[in-house]
Structures are given as structure tokens and as C-alpha cells.
Design a protein around this ligand. Structure first.
Ligand code: HEC
Length: 221
């Protein structure tokens, strides 16, 4: 009896085929994940926004508050985000980028000095509320990063600071400095005009007019 070689190898060939299909699945899946991780960013180029500027620029912060904000808020609410490795792997990357994009849109501590004083005051109120209600930092984040949890004392330190900074801004608002529109451009013409007080100018004009009453029209055009 002759044995056909194909019959002899049939079971092995089947096994080989299954292995091949399995490999194709794994490779295809991995390729899909790599593709999605590299090219699909539903929240835009969130990772591209980077800033070395200190957080809360322009605010009166002490080192304790700075350290707390850097430890527990910076990763989401600033452009100094440290991205963990899994934030590069889809679909987790979409969740993390979405979270950071949303957090920055609500409050970006890298651009604090660009908020108006009114906006800063509003945000300080929101920070205080978010800390008191333990809404921030979010539980889903502190679960993954236990070192970012705030103790009751630390919550209180941050809360007290929001109060102090709000009062400071309130007093700034009541000074002429605070009334000024921000980022005012001081032209040299404006500065030289301000060099002489309007009252003094008026007084000098009148003295001038008395002394030279006859020639008044010649001196003051
Ligand atoms: C895991 C990222 C993450 C961290 C860390 C984080 N936040 Fe948030 N935060 C968010 C997101 C997302 C939102 C917007 C969604 C929302 O309003 O629930 C938000 C919203 C806020 C708001 C606006 C809330 C409002 O009333 O509109 C404030 C204020 C805030 N966070 C303060 C903080 C402070 C202070 C810390 C640090 C102690 C902090 N966050 C840490 C993600 C984060």
C-alpha cells in the first residue's frame, strides 16, 4: 500500500495553518495598536503643548503651595505634563490625552499670568471648592499615582492659599494699578505727555496769561 505524503502530513499542515492564522492575528492587532497610537489623536496634538514656564506665574505662591500644585495638579492642568509610557498606547492614550486637554481648557497653570484678575479670582474659588469637595485630584488618578494624594493638612494649606491670594487680588483690584487694562503698551509719546501734571500745566498757562496778558495770543497758540 502506498501512502500519499500529503495524507501523512495533513494533521501537521492543519496545525501549521492555525499557527499562521494566529500569528497574523497577533501581528495585525499589534500593527493596529501601533498605528492607532501613532496616528489617531482625537483630542488634537495635546502632547505637543510643552512649556518650561513656572506654574502660577504672577501669583504670590510660597514653596509649600508650589510643591503641592506640582505634585498633584501639574500633570493635567499645565503644559509641564510628564507622560507615562501607557499614555502612548491606544486606546489608553486617548483617555489620558482627553483628560489633559479638558483639564487644561478649564484651567491652565502654565498660562496663569494671561488670565484677567477676575478670571484668576474665579479660578481660585473653583480650586478651593474642588479641593474641599475632594473632587481634585480625581480618584481615578490618585489610584494610579498614590503619591499625588493630598492629606487633610495639605488640602487645608492649598485652601488657605486660595483665600489669601484672592484677598491679595482684591486689594490689587482697588488700586489704580489694578484698574489698568493689562498688557498696556507704554509709548514714549504717552510717557512724555504724562511727565507734566495736567493741573500744573493749566496753572502755568494761567500765570503765563497774566504775565503776558498783552502778548497772550503770541505765547499760547
Ligand atoms: C487626572 C488629571 C487631573 C488632575 C491630576 C487634576 N485635575 Fe483638575 N480637572 C481635571 C479635569 C479633566 C477637569 C475638567 C472636568 C471636570 O470639570 O470635571 C478638571 C477640572 C478642574 C477645575 C475646574 C472645576 C470647575 O469647577 O469647573 C479645577 C478648579 C481643578 N480641576 C483643580 C485642580 C487642582 C487644584 C488639582 C490639584 C490638586 C487638580 N485639579 C488635579 C483633571 C485633573
Amino acid at each position: 500500500m502506498r501512502i500519499c505524503p500529503q495524507e501523512l502530513y495533513a494533521p501537521y499542515a492543519k496545525e501549521e495553518n492555525l499557527k499562521r492564522i494566529g500569528r497574523a492575528f497577533v501581528l495585525g492587532g499589534a500593527g493596529g495598536v501601533v498605528f492607532a497610537s501613532l496616528f489617531l489623536h482625537p483630542y488634537g496634538a495635546v502632547k505637543a503643548a510643552k512649556s518650561l514656564k513656572p506654574l502660577l506665574a504672577g501669583a504670590d505662591v510660597n514653596p509649600i503651595v508650589s510643591a503641592l500644585v506640582e505634585r498633584s495638579c501639574q500633570n493635567c492642568h499645565s503644559e509641564k505634563t510628564e507622560w507615562p509610557w501607557y499614555s502612548y498606547v491606544a486606546p489608553i492614550s486617548w483617555m489620558v490625552e482627553g483628560d489633559v486637554a479638558q483639564a487644561r481648557s478649564r484651567m491652565n497653570l502654565s498660562h496663569w499670568d494671561e488670565y484677567t484678575i477676575e478670571k484668576q479670582q474665579e479660578l481660585l474659588g473653583r480650586i478651593g471648592a474642588a479641593i474641599r469637595s475632594r473632587q481634585m485630584p480625581p480618584d481615578r488618578y490618585t489610584l494610579m499615582h498614590p503619591s499625588t494624594k493630598l492629606s487633610p493638612i495639605e488640602r487645608d494649606q492649598l485652601y488657605q492659599w486660595t483665600h489669601a491670594e484672592r484677598s491679595r487680588l482684591k486689594s490689587v483690584m482697588s488700586t489704580p494699578e489694578g484698574q489698568k487694562p493689562r498688557a498696556r503698551i507704554h509709548s514714549t509719546a504717552a510717557r512724555s505727555r504724562r511727565a507734566i501734571h495736567p493741573g500744573l500745566l493749566c496753572c502755568l498757562t494761567q500765570v503765563n496769561a497774566r504775565l503776558f496778558s498783552t502778548n497772550y495770543k503770541k505765547f499760547v497758540p
